[in-house]
Write a protein that binds this ligand. Structure first.
Ligand code: NDP
Length: 284
């Protein structure tokens, strides 16, 4: 039976260290502040933004939510971003995705100053990650790497397989693991023989959003399996549930370590949002 990687506990401990460093920074007269821009009409985004606001408050980070409603134009958001870029009190800017229809994420994200780009999604920060230079890295892959290190002291030379290649999860995850000297295979919807390739992984990270796509036949005995996927479902009795990419029950019989959904990667993503805000407040 696999060791269950308790993302909630690890994230809580990590946030304690962020809180301590925020206090130190405040004593030096710097009060870290994040702007949360919500131009989404996805109800889940509302929940995510409130969770980020609550966690920020709990670690001593100031936050402001900017909510946009239907009919918003890209120019309105760009105007706000430029105002925030020039506001010395604001250290970090987050643009919550998905955006409502008619708004282009890549067009808007690149208006955020790379020095306030808390989720490392501007082309400048993605380029820095690509070339192995220091910069801001997306929060979810950073959280995943932290979870991997909770079970592996050293990962250099291990074979890591990442399923998914989005610019927010899969692609930066692949690069982070490559920069950490893993041998990395990136899989996506055109990849063939998914099962066979995954079965060679010492570390398997799945980020597709397809519930239970990763079954026991994908797993090398003893492998570390990190499930990033989140799919919301409503059960026959009306209860709401979230399901990961990994069939937890059968995979946990074979894997060496595994993250659950919920309470695996999710809490680490928000914890690293706090960490990145702190980093921007003290180092940029
Ligand atoms: P995207 O939809 O942007 O990307 C999904 C990726 O999975 C794509 O690269 C796609 O390939 C690949 N894919 C889809 N189907 C298959 C398949 N059958 N076989 C192989 N690859 C496949 O999603 P995100 O990257 O934004 O998010 C992925 C999942 O992670 C979602 O469930 C999301 O909710 C969750 N998530 C969780 C977070 C957390 O904190 N736990 C944070 C962020 C996301 P292709 O490029 O070819 O289309």
């Amino acid at each position: 039976m696999a060791k269950i990687i308790n993302g909630k506990k690890i994230a809580t401990e990590f946030c304690d260290s962020v809180r301590d460093r925020v206090s130190e920074l405040k004593m030096r007269g710097i009060s870290p502040r994040i702007a949360l821009i919500n131009a989404s009409n996805d109800p889940a985004s509302e929940i995510y933004v409130s969770k980020k606001e609550a966690l920020a408050a709990s670690v001593g980070i100031e936050s402001d939510i900017y909510k946009f409603t239907k009919g918003t134009k890209e120019a309105d958001i760009i105007e706000l971003i430029e105002k925030l870029n020039n506001d010395e009190k604001v250290h970090a800017i987050l643009l919550q995705s998905p955006l409502m229809e008619g708004l282009r994420f890549r067009e808007l994200i690149n208006h955020i100053s790379p020095n306030k780009d808390v989720d490392g999604l501007t082309s400048v920060n993605q380029g820095r990650l690509f070339s192995g230079e220091p910069g801001l890295v997306p929060c979810t892959p950073l959280g995943v790497l932290h979870l991997i290190h909770s079970v592996h002291e050293k990962i250099a030379g291990l074979h890591a397989v990442v399923i998914g290649r989005s610019s927010i999860v899969g692609r930066p995850m692949t690069l982070l693991l490559l920069n950490a000297n893993c041998t990395v295979t990136a899989l996506h919807s055109y990849s063939r023989n998914l099962e066979e390739v995954c079965k060679t992984a010492d570390i398997l990270v799945s980020a597709t959003g397809h519930p239970k796509i990763v079954g026991k036949n994908f797993i090398k005995p003893g492998a570390t399996v990190i499930d990033v996927g989140i799919t919301r479902v409503i059960e026959a009795d009306g209860t709401r549930k979230i399901i990961g990419d990994v069939d937890f029950d059968e995979v946990s019989e074979i894997a060496g370590a595994i993250t659950p959904v919920p309470n695996g990667v999710g809490p680490m993503t928000v914890a690293y949002l706090m960490y990145n805000t702190l980093k921007l407040a003290c180092c940029y």
